[in-house]
Write a protein that binds this ligand. Sequence first.
Ligand code: SAH
Length: 243
Amino acid sequence: MTFRASILTLYPDMFPGPLGHSLAGRALEDGKWSLDVTNIRDFAADKHKTVDDTPAGGGAGMVLRCDVLAAALDSVADGRPMLAMTPRGRPLTQAKVRDLAAGEGAIILCGRFEGFDERIFEARPIEPVSIGDYVLSGGEVAAMVTLDACIRLQGGVMGAASSGEDESFETGLLEYPHYTRPQEWEGRTIPEVLRSGDHAKIAAWRKARAIEDTRSRRPDLWEAHGEPPVQSPSGARLKNEEN
Ligand code: SAH
């Protein structure tokens, strides 16, 4: 099954953009995911191709019209999840990405200006999604972020060995830090334990660093997940360790 992405945007030329390069780009060429891009403006009904209007109640900026958005959405709707990029949405998480990535694909609506007429969320089953607590100028980059996260989880996109299960957020922790050659650089050396060849010691060090960095950098994550159960190399649960 190929992950199918449909983008609705006022700036179709922005795609595939970064998704045409590296892992995602190669996977697109190899048919491991597909992309179609629809220009919302093609669904404007008047001769001036109007897609927006002034906000009801007054205020700055312009609002995307719900009738135009609905016509554009309806042209691609086929049962895949429909997402709208908005800072008012639920935050995108790795769990949500896993969920989306396991499905048939996604239809993603990109906003511009002040955003969407709210009635579009009442009239169509659209999930509002935010990529973080900051405001972008448009939803296209947010859609690319969402797709990139889904694409790298598709079968055969990453190397066979790295299923991504070790990575940040998958266990409720940030990943441990990485090092590579040179062994000494500007007077700094790679932590000795990583050169010891002792796999149990290395795993324990990595676990401790993952915990330490999560606690200090992301107290919100630490509080939400608490300390995850310690896994033995065989996957059996051991008792929680205190560090
Ligand atoms: N007036 C809106 C911001 C509009 S920004 C508000 O204050 O909530 C213009 C468009 O950029 C939005 O419609 C949305 O599609 C996109 N956008 C901006 N920030 C975003 C974020 N954090 N996550 C996802 N999309 C975002």
